[in-house]
Design a protein around this ligand. Structure first.
Ligand code: QAP
Ligand code: CO
Length: 170
């Protein structure tokens, strides 16, 4: 297992649209394990392959309190089931230290492949529904800061750029 490097906003590679996965094979298992290790170490509840600079449609999620419920979604697609929105304070491993409230559809149906390449379908609501939508946004090159005002996004961008420059010269 290995911890992977996480790209940080405003890295332009986070704007890449990820490719469909054509075959789920053993090499993908290693990437999935490394993504879980990276996410649990942070700790986080969701990580998209885009964030570790792998531009494939793959996400890992665990919204349990005790890191006991790992879930893998390959080529995920969502249908919105309900017009109601829910609000969560969202954060992101690629936007460290910043949390802002975002509204998203409350209930969704997800279709995806699991780590063995088997298709499955599930209905999600609450935090899981929000997290899946946040992670699928990454696969489309989108970040939660895109839902904020330009002013808020620019402030976050400047602060992170400053922190990244300091980390480089430290
Ligand atoms: C997405 O985000 C999410 O700033 C997953 O310093 C978050 O796991 C969806 C993290 C909230 C819905 C609600 C963030 C870790 C983890 C940070 C995460 C940080 C360390 C974020
Ligand atoms: Co994120």
């Amino acid at each position: 297992m290995a911890k992977l490097e996480i790209l940080e906003f405003p890295d332009p590679r986070l704007r890449t649209r990820a490719q469909e996965v054509e075959v789920v094979d053993e090499s993908m298992g290693q990437l999935i394990d490394d993504m879980f290790e990276t996410m649990y170490d942070a700790p986080g509840i969701g990580l998209a392959a885009t964030q570790v600079n792998v531009h494939k449609r793959l996400i890992v999620i665990d919204v349990s309190e005790d890191q006991s419920a790992p879930q893998v979604f390959i080529n995920p697609e969502v249908d919105v089931l309900d017009d109601d929105l829910s609000q969560y304070d969202e954060g992101c491993l690629s936007v460290p230290g910043f949390y802002e409230t975002v509204s998203r559809p409350r209930q969704v149906r997800i279709r995806a492949l699991d780590r063995h390449g088997e298709a499955f379908e599930m209905i999600a609501e609450g935090l899981l529904a929000t997290c899946i939508q946040h992670e699928i946004d990454h696969l489309d090159g989108k970040l939660f800061v895109d839902y904020l005002s330009n002013l808020k996004r620019q402030r976050i961008r400047s602060k992170l750029e400053k922190a990244q420059k300091q980390a480089q010269t430290a």
